[in-house]
Design a protein around this ligand. Structure first.
Ligand SMILES: Nc1ncnc2c1ncn2[C@@H]1O[C@H](COP(=O)(O)OP(=O)(O)O)[C@@H](O)[C@H]1O
Ligand SMILES: [Mg+2]
Length: 271
């Protein structure tokens, strides 16, 4: 079976895309899946820090610039994630100059970059047996994020309960994602535990969000002090297997895989 690409995106910044991408990738690897996680947030590269990974001299920037092959960029992280699957990461260059340079790219460059993202599927899925490629993206509607969504099979949009985030997410998915006919699911993250302290409260919130977004709500994830405290210094689900966040991520991982294997029509009918 051919693997698929999952883009993790959001309207606003700081909603938890990187945290969820890293922990989803690790959860899948723990299950024996082969995963490739790409840092496509060229404005605020994060994965090098999340995995304490040194660059190997080749960045995703170079691949998108057309100056190196994708396989040069990939760094295998297996030994650190205690999983039976393989975990590769492709890092974005965190140097100030590189960030500036990527922010100044024109549309023509972005079109070529889109071509390179689209060709990842044939090059990577054929050479390495990958189950999923996960894209951690920049928030908002800039070209680089749109490219990531266009080249993905499934989009996972992470939103907070903040009113501006809900409105923005709603507009973004309806004006943009619908246009691409992209299978989409929403994750509400950093929700105060009190808002869903009982199963019936959680159910009511899920229902409300389903109506607002007219899309499947993958899950509602509470804000956990321990996750905040960890500050991205370690992969939470790997180091804290007993924590409720890890249990939720397990469910999220299964639901996202279900989304990848459903059809576009199914996704939109169940919403
Ligand atoms: N469910 C959560 N509980 C507590 N802290 C969270 C949760 N989700 C994300 N965070 C924290 O919020 C901050 C922003 O998360 P991050 O993944 O960097 O967001 P993004 O990549 O969308 O900008 C980080 O400090 C992260 O640890
Ligand atoms: Mg991020």
């Amino acid at each position: 079976m051919m693997g698929n690409i999952i883009a993790v995106h959001s309207y606003k910044g700081g909603t938890g895309k990187t945290l969820l991408s890293v922990n989803l990738a690790s959860t899948y690897a723990k299950r024996g899946r082969n995963i490739c996680l790409f840092d496509l947030d060229f404005r605020a590269p994060s994965l090098h820090a999340a995995f304490k990974a040194e660059g190997n001299g080749y960045w995703l920037n170079d691949y998108l610039n057309g100056t190196c092959d994708i396989k040069k960029v990939l760094i295998e992280l297996n030994p650190r994630i205690k999983g039976s699957g393989r975990l590769f990461v492709g890092l974005a260059n965190p140097a100030t100059e590189a960030i500036r340079e990527m922010s100044a790219k024109d549309r023509k460059w972005e079109m070529r970059a889109l071509g390179r993202l689209l060709s990842l599927k044939t090059s990577l899925f054929n050479d390495i047996h990958l189950d999923h490629i996960i894209f951690d993206t920049s928030p908002g509607l800039q070209y680089s994020s749109i490219n990531a969504i266009v080249s993905a099979d499934v989009a996972v949009v992470v939103s907070s309960l903040d009113a501006s985030d809900i409105k923005g997410t709603q507009r973004m998915t309806h004006e943009l994602y619908d246009l691409f006919e992209k299978k989409t699911g929403i994750i509400l993250n950093k929700v105060l535990a009190g808002i869903m302290s009982t199963p019936s409260k959680k159910k009511a919130l899920l229902e409300k969000l389903r109506v607002i977004h007219n899309l499947p709500i993958i899950d509602i994830i509470p804000c956990f002090c321990e996750v905040l405290e960890a500050g991205g210094t370690y992969v939470f689900t790997v180091e804290r297997p007993e924590h409720p966040f890890t249990a939720i991520l397990n469910e999220v991982a299964t639901k996202v895989e279900n989304l990848t294997s459903s059809s576009f029509q199914q996704v939109h009918a169940t919403a």
